[in-house]
Design a protein around this ligand. Sequence first.
Ligand code: HEC
Length: 83
Amino acid sequence: MKCSACHRLDEKRVVGPGWKGLTQTRKPEWIMNMVTNVEVMLEKDEEAQKLLQLCLTRMPNQNVSIGDARDVLEFMRQNDGEK
Ligand code: HEC
């Protein structure tokens, strides 16, 4: 997936934060917004801005459709051991 250039599936940060545990610490809507609408999130959302300060890179908009974003969320859930 094109996200893997910047995100790993464990907790290690590469360019962006690792995805392990994400579905336990973030609300599904928040993750969906981050995947489909990252510019708005970086402008308005405090948590997203904190990540930006930490990573010092703006995540580029990946033009992910809502349907694909749901799949990504599902994939993250599986990565966190949910079914
Ligand atoms: C060029 C690098 C890059 C790519 C490619 C990228 N991201 Fe990101 N992502 C980041 C950075 C950096 C952050 C932290 C926020 C910021 O600084 O913009 C982030 C944050 C996130 C977060 C929030 C993480 C958390 O810890 O709360 C999610 C979810 C996310 N990205 C999903 C995706 C998805 C899904 C894709 C692929 C469709 C993707 N990213 C592709 C760099 C990237």
